[in-house]
Design a protein around this ligand. Structure first.
Ligand code: SF4
Length: 256
C-alpha cells in the first residue's frame, strides 16, 4: 500500500486522487486531441532506439578512461563548444555516484548556472517531488545530470535547448558519468534529453518516446516530461506519473 508520505508527494505533483503503484503497467492514459502529445502504447523494448550510444560522436579515449575527479577537472575549464563563452560556471551533476537511478535533463538554466547545481528552483522542487513520489530522494541512490554542462541562452539571454552540435560536444562527459555510475534505469527528462541520448531524428514525435522502454548502452531508458514543462502544463503530471511507474517496473524487472 502506498505510504502516506508518498501520497503527500503525489498530491504535491498535482496528482489526485492518489495513484497506487501496481505490479502491472499502468493503464494507458486517455486519448488526447493533440496527436503530438498522445502517449504511445506501453511495450517492453523500444523499436526505434539504436542499441549503440552516441552514434556520430567520435571516440574520446581520454574522457572514456577518466575517474570522477579527472572528469570534474576536465569539465570545469572546458571550452569544447561555444557555451563556454556565456556560462557563469559549469554544472557537472550531483548525487550518488553509484546510484541506480539517473535523471537527465537538457541543460542548466539561469539558477543552475548561478549555483553550479542541476535542477534548482521551481523545476528542481518538482523533480524532488517526482522522486519522492517514487520513494526516492535527491542524492540518495539518485544522480542528476544534464545533456550539456553549460547554460544555453539565446541572443536575449533567455534559456534555450542546446543545439545538436553543443550536445554532441558535451556528450562524452555524460557518457563517462553513465559508465561510472552504471545506473539500473535512466530517466530522460524531456524530448531534448531523450533525442540526444538516443540519437534520434529531431522530428521524432513525443508519442514515440513515452510509454516505451528504450536502451542506452544496454541500460533501460524511460522518457518523461521535463519538470519545467510540467510546471507550465500541470494537466500532464498524470502522464508523467505513468512514465515514472513504467520506470519503477523496469527497475524491478532488472532486479538491480
Ligand atoms: Fe564543454 Fe559541455 Fe560546456 Fe560545451 S557545454 S563548453 S562541451 S562543458
Amino acid at each position: 500500500m502506498i505510504e502516506r508520505r508518498q501520497a503527500a508527494f503525489l498530491q504535491e505533483m498535482g496528482i489526485g486522487p492518489v495513484w497506487r503503484r501496481r505490479d502491472v503497467a499502468p493503464a494507458a492514459p486517455p486519448a488526447f486531441d493533440d496527436a503530438e502529445e498522445a502517449p504511445a502504447p506501453a511495450s517492453s523494448i523500444s523499436e526505434i532506439a539504436p542499441a549503440a550510444p552516441l552514434a556520430g560522436e567520435p571516440a574520446h579515449a581520454d574522457v572514456a578512461s577518466m575517474d570522477w575527479e579527472q572528469l570534474k577537472a576536465a569539465v570545469a575549464p572546458c571550452t569544447k563548444c561555444g557555451l563556454c563563452n556565456t556560462r557563469t560556471q559549469t554544472v557537472f551533476g550531483v548525487g550518488d555516484q553509484q546510484a541506480r537511478w539517473l535523471f537527465v535533463g537538457e541543460g542548466p538554466g539561469r539558477s543552475e548556472d548561478a549555483q553550479g547545481l542541476p535542477f534548482v528552483g521551481p523545476a528542481g522542487k518538482l523533480l524532488d517531488n517526482m522522486m519522492a513520489a517514487m520513494g526516492l530522494k535527491r542524492g540518495v541512490d539518485t544522480y542528476i545530470a544534464n545533456i550539456v554542462k553549460c547554460r544555453p541562452t539565446d541572443a536575449n539571454r533567455r534559456d534555450r535547448p542546446p543545439a545538436p552540435e553543443e550536445a554532441n560536444a558535451c556528450m562524452p562527459y555524460l557518457q563517462r558519468q553513465i559508465e561510472l555510475i552504471d545506473p539500473a534505469v535512466i530517466i530522460a527528462l524531456g524530448k531534448t534529453a531523450a533525442l540526444s541520448l538516443l540519437q534520434l531524428d529531431p522530428a521524432t514525435p513525443v508519442s514515440k518516446l513515452r510509454g516505451t522502454v528504450h536502451r542506452y548502452a544496454q541500460r533501460p531508458l524511460v522518457v518523461t516530461y521535463h519538470p519545467a514543462y510540467l510546471l507550465r502544463t500541470p494537466g500532464d503530471k498524470r502522464k508523467a506519473w505513468a512514465d515514472l511507474c513504467l520506470a519503477m517496473q523496469t527497475r524491478d524487472a532488472a532486479g538491480k
